[in-house]
Design a protein around this ligand. Structure first.
Ligand code: GAP
Length: 403
């Protein structure tokens, strides 16, 4: 990896730890390769990304239903899905190592071997009949799920990129077989559009047509959407045409209630990793510039996904009248914009630096003029420019800017 890119990864990993986004798991006991913990800002950040996805693909649509299935499924699911036979990483010497984590369910002699799910998708397939019976959807329709997935990766690496426990956001979109090309293209465009909306640097995204011998066992066509990570061009998410492979293997079909026709729907699957999205957004947002001759670092996050939207400070923490007024303003703003922070640690310069690194789009400062004319300064993260705003206009002002 070129030195500059290596530095960028180190800087991102270090910022994530220093500012409470991501911690290496189990660090007090020497760490644990392939596992990470999200801190306060990391949780807010990933929740915002998942909310944006859910809003775009479930809430604002009428053809996609939500699901939260169990992580441990009847082990037969993974036999039927082909994962027991085929979900392997190639090992030296040509043998395969199945990357599904095994666990055991039940006690003593009754115990059966089960698996932690390596993809959320199977929970969707095995609930196909429940979905149809509950909502009577007409083709095409989809089911979306966000949840943890587990893979015993032989070589976890590159921070959040390749972990052993990670989160997926998947849609299984059920279609008539003859429509597969149309919906493959449809989902390709939908996904790119969403990536752009949450702040992925689109010139770093590249599509790779995955050749047949490298596709998953269930796929007839896969396009990998790769991203220029600092450690190379690697898969950010995938779009697959899973045919009727899964429904057929689970013995499921669909009855068109209007025509009486029975068929096994085919499936288009856009599948994203939450953690890889987080890393790609961090890479896209990480910025260094100079302010008043001093180097600064900031995360240029879209306001919708920034963990904190606005921070409120008293100019000086040892002036009770400023602190009191700042508390009042903070309480009023927080009532309307919950992702709002109060900060009176250190000096004002330190507070700006901290909020810049968290990616907070706006900082509000209460100073001596506030006490006289009820105005505050609002500092823009990207330009570092300040505007004076009336306290009575503040909530509206911020609201409009973070939409
Ligand atoms: N249901 C289809 C499926 O699971 P996949 O390409 O194996 O397909 C989908 O995984 C997405 O999950 C990937 O594009 C990636 O974003 C994420 N992902 C897969 N393995 C991962 C890992 N070890 N660590 C982090 N994310 C991973």
């Amino acid at each position: 990896m070129p030195k500059e890119e290596n530095d960028l990864m180190e800087k991102i990993v270090s910022l994530c730890k220093r500012r409470g986004f991501v911690f290496p798991s189990s660090e007090v006991h020497g760490g644990f390769a392939g596992f990470y913990d999200y801190g306060h800002y990391g949780v807010a950040f990933s929740t915002n990304i998942k909310d944006s996805w859910w809003k775009e693909f479930v809430e604002t649509r009428i053809d996609i239903y939500g699901l939260n299935s169990s992580i441990i499924l009847n082990p037969k699911v993974w036999e039927k899905s082909g994962h027991v036979a085929s979900f392997s990483d190639p090992m030296e010497g040509g043998s395969g190592f199945n990357v599904m984590f095994k666990t055991s369910v039940g006690a003593g002699e009754e115990a059966t071997t089960a698996y932690l799910r390596p993809e959320t998708a199977q929970g969707i397939f095995i609930n196909f009949k429940n979905t149809v019976d509950a909502y009577h959807p007409k083709l095409p329709f989809g089911v979306a799920q966000i949840g943890k997935a587990f893979r015993n990766e032989i070589a976890p690496r590159d921070f959040l990129f390749r972990q052993r426990e990670f989160e997926q956001m998947e849609i299984e979109y059920f279609i008539r077989p003859e429509d597969w090309e149309k919906y493959f293209e449809y989902w390709r465009v939908e996904m790119l559009h969403w990536l752009e909306s949450i702040g992925i640097e689109m010139k770093k995204v590249h599509e790779l047509e995955v050749p047949e011998n490298e596709r998953a066992h269930y796929s007839k066509r896969t396009v990998d959407f790769e991203f220029d990570f600092p450690f190379g061009r690697k898969e950010l998410f995938g779009l697959a045409y899973r045919t009727d492979f899964d429904l057929k293997n689970h013995g499921l079909d669909y009855l068109d209630e209007e025509t009486g026709e029975k068929l096994v729907p085919h499936v288009i699957e856009p599948s994203l990793g939450v953690d890889r999205m987080i890393l790609a957004i961090l890479v896209s947002a990480y910025t260094e510039d100079k302010l008043g001759g001093e180097a600064r670092t900031f995360l240029k996050l879209a306001p919708a996904i920034a963990p904190v939207k606005v921070a409120v400070f008293p100019l000086l923490k040892n002036k009770p009248e400023l602190v009191k007024k700042a508390r009042e303003v903070f309480t009023a703003v927080k009532g309307e914009i919950p992702a709002c922070e109060f900060d009176d640690n250190g000096n004002i310069g330190k507070r700006y630096r901290r909020q810049d690194e968290i990616g907070t789009p706006f900082c509000v400062t209460i100073d001596f003029d506030t006490l006289k004319d009820d105005t505050v300064t609002v500092r823009d993260r990207d330009t570092a420019e300040q505007e004076r705003i009336k306290v009575s206009d503040l909530k509206k002002y911020i609201h409009e800017k973070i939409q």
